[in-house]
Design a protein. Structure first.
Length: 176
C-alpha cells in the first residue's frame, strides 16, 4: 500500500512538472529592445549644437543634433524609462570639476543656479513607433552613464516648450 501511494505521489509530481511557457509580452525583456538597440547603433547626423543655443531656436517637429553630458539633476535617468537629462557643459559644471568640491553626486550640478540648469538642459527620450517612451531603463546601456559625453540626433517633441526642451532621440552616441 505504501508503495502504491509513493508511486501515485511521484506520478503526480511528475505530471505537475511541465515545460515553462514563454514569457508574456508584459514580462520585462532580458536585454535592450530592438528600438533602443537601433537608436544606440545609429550615428548622430550633423554638427551638434550647444543645448543653451538650441533651446532658443528650435521648434517642435524640427530635427536637431545636440551634445552634452548626462547631468543636471541628482537623478538624471528616469526610473524604468528610456529617458535621461542631458546638460550643457558650456553652462553647467559637474561639482567634481570645482576645486575643493568632494561632492558624492557631481552630476547634480548643485553649484549651478536653477536658472542655468533650466536653460542648459534637455530631456532625451527614446520612443516607440507610437511615440510612447520605452518602458526600459537606459542607465548603463551603450555607455549611458552619469557624466558621460553624449551626442543625440532627434526630433523636438511636440510637447516641448520654452521651459522644457524634449528630444525624441533617433540616434545616440556616447563619448566625445
Amino acid at each position: 500500500m505504501k508503495t502504491t501511494w509513493l508511486l501515485l505521489a511521484a506520478a503526480g509530481l511528475l505530471a505537475s512538472c511541465k515545460e515553462k511557457t514563454p514569457a508574456s509580452a508584459d514580462a520585462p525583456a532580458t536585454g535592450p529592445s530592438e528600438t533602443l538597440t537601433r537608436v544606440l547603433a545609429t550615428a548622430p547626423a550633423g554638427s551638434p549644437q550647444a543645448i543653451h543655443t538650441a533651446r532658443v531656436s528650435v521648434q517642435p517637429g524640427e530635427e536637431i543634433t545636440i551634445s552634452g553630458r548626462i547631468m543636471g539633476s541628482s537623478r538624471p535617468f528616469v526610473d524604468g524609462r528610456a529617458a535621461f537629462i542631458l546638460g550643457d557643459p558650456e553652462i553647467l559644471t559637474p561639482c567634481n570639476e570645482n576645486p575643493g568640491d568632494d561632492c558624492d553626486s557631481p552630476w547634480d550640478t548643485c553649484c549651478d543656479t536653477p536658472e542655468d540648469k533650466k536653460r542648459a538642459t534637455a530631456t532625451i527620450q527614446i520612443v516607440d513607433a507610437d511615440g510612447r517612451v520605452l518602458k526600459e531603463a537606459v542607465e548603463g546601456v551603450g555607455g549611458l552613464e552619469k557624466l558621460a559625453h553624449v551626442t543625440v540626433t532627434g526630433k523636438v517633441a511636440e510637447s516641448s516648450s520654452a521651459d522644457v526642451l524634449l528630444i525624441n532621440a533617433q540616434a545616440i552616441r556616447t563619448g566625445k
